[in-house]
Design a protein around this ligand. Sequence first.
Ligand SMILES: Cc1ncc(COP(=O)(O)O)c(C=O)c1O
Length: 373
Amino acid sequence: MSNNNFKKIPMIDLKEELKLMRTPILEMMTEVLDSGVYVLGEKGKQLETIIASYVEASYGLGTANGTDALLLALKALDIGPGDEVITTPFTFFATAEAIAEAGATPVFVDIEKETYNMNPSNIEKVITKNTKAILVVHLFGKAANMKEIMRIANTHHLKVIEDACQAIGTESNGRRVGAIGDVGCFSFFPSKNLGAFGDAGFITTNHKHIYEKIKKIRDHGSEKKYHHSTIGMNSRLDEIQAAILLVKFNFLDIFLHKRKEVARMYTENLPSYLTTPSIAKNREHTFHQYCIELDERDELASYLNDSGIATAIYYPIPLHLQKAFDYLNYKSGDFPIAEETAERILALPISPTLTFRNQNYIISSVERYFESK
Ligand SMILES: Cc1ncc(COP(=O)(O)O)c(C=O)c1O
């Protein structure tokens, strides 16, 4: 079925968002251009202070992207060859990729059916003498069960890295994610809830020594120009991106509020044949993605596509079944909840600029799909 009344409704419309902030962004970018300082300057420092304080962490550091933030966190905790890091198979590839890139071994545990996050009750079974850390993901903006994960980590003397790439501003038991474990990692990829106009990332921590170590590693292992005390990498945040993020940060809370409103409207109005997102007690959801579940996922996606509505599958293949991780020797059936979710999940458009009219059209199109069966 094609629809002529609407242009295609995208998953997120960044051009619409830009309309709300074009002037201050251009002013900020001009300031950076005129300053002549384009990497590690004043805008980056301001952003580090503002984001660290927003996340309620003692220290913040800009990085080139979220994947590097994860790698830097692992390196700062001295995690490398021979070490095991427990994580979830149901996440974006970068989570486990960073573990492998650090030279360590990702060890997966299955997820909670309702929240898609790592199920803490599976963690202790896979702890060995080589386990060094838990890399927990707050997927789609939904807080993982940090209370239980921190309890397990403390009992077994493990470090905790939070992949909060999709979850800036989310709270778990009244604390912002990213400041609960040892290190928090954020992505400011353009489509994220706080997004730059290119790649950008961020690290938070409450530990001064971790902050100082990461600050050095992100800049070629150097504290003083051309003096390198350790092997590092180049993962600094550009001033232009920092300036853009400073402007966009002013919209963050309003945008998160709008996302929650859009989510509430979906949940209240979508047909009950679908599984809509659950919100666990004391674990906030800031709806980076709004995901439904149903058996006929591919049929509905194709129907919506024909109706001019974009949808997306996050994620179609759990990480233990990705070719790149063949060497870990996992097999189909190892993590049944992640595998079943990957076959049933479908993300609907959600963004702060999604109009009431377009959302109504999406909801009525889903209803029409079920009526047509
Ligand atoms: C859960 C998760 N982890 C890590 C990343 C990596 O972030 P980036 O794309 O900024 O490298 C992303 C974003 O794409 C993500 O969603």
